[in-house]
Design a protein around this ligand. Structure first.
Ligand SMILES: [Zn+2]
Length: 226
């Protein structure tokens, strides 16, 4: 399974900083390139099985589009070779405000950089759907893609994101706990029923209802921003 190098699959705030990282590398004449950015469920679980990662899906910042691995990009040299100036790469990573895991004491990784610190989210916050906080997600395309990807289908993270959006729209799903209970169901139905959706006929935790929810949120935020 090939690594995902699509910059569009990174969180927009982190993506902008990665662009800055490329500039910084360029400025110092260093040749590195992104090897992997977003990592879906299948690749994460496969990597864990093969001992390449200790994390299950949703335990790595890669799974939220908030981390990437860079490798050396000099022709004729193995991208992972020790002769690349990893320390200089790490300096660039930190200069643009990202975390470099070359400093980690356990599971030290020269290639990895992460942008969770841009938001001061804990990984638990991410798991509980913090990415649905609209102030941090100005780019709807990304949130829509991320929530609708098969990797996220039916996970508690996706449901937690939906709960946060429902709250943002004035609904009351109770605690943001990622559990699809009757209270979340009813709050969701109240929000999307006026949009012409037959709430008895669709899966309210499913993609169709999610699209309506995101449309409503977009309308609200657009109004606020005008
Ligand atoms: Zn990594």
């Amino acid at each position: 399974m090939a690594p995902d190098r699509d910059l569009e699959h990174l969180h927009p705030v982190y993506r902008a900083v990665v662009a800055g990282l490329y500039d910084e590398l360029d400025r110092r004449g260093l040749r590195f390139r992104m090897h992997e950015g977003y990592r879906g469920r299948e690749r994460q679980e496969d990597g864990k099985k093969r001992g390449k990662s200790k994390a299950s899906f949703l335990q790595s910042d890669h799974n939220y589009g908030l981390a990437s691995d860079f490798v050396g990009d000099v022709s004729g040299i193995n991208p992972w070779d020790n002769s690349h100036d990893w320390g200089a790469y790490g300096e660039c990573v930190e200069a643009v405000g990202l975390e470099w895991s070359g400093r980690w004491k356990t599971f030290r990784e020269l290639v990895h950089n992460g942008g969770r610190g841009l938001f001061s989210y804990s990984r638990g916050d991410l798991y509980r759907g913090a990415l649905a906080d609209v102030r941090d997600d100005p780019e709807w395309r990304w949130l829509e893609w991320w929530l609708s990807t098969d990797d996220m289908a039916k996970t508690s993270t996706r449901i937690a994101c939906m709960q946060r959006i429902v709250i943002r729209l004035g609904g009351d799903p109770g605690d943001v706990d990622g559990i699809w209970g009757p209270r979340t169901h009813d709050a969701m139905a109240l929000i999307i029923a006026p949009c012409g959706i037959d709430t008895d006929a669709v899966d309210l935790s499913g993609a169709e209802a999610l699209a309506v929810l995101l449309g409503e949120l977009r309308a609200v935020v657009t109004k606020v921003c005008e």
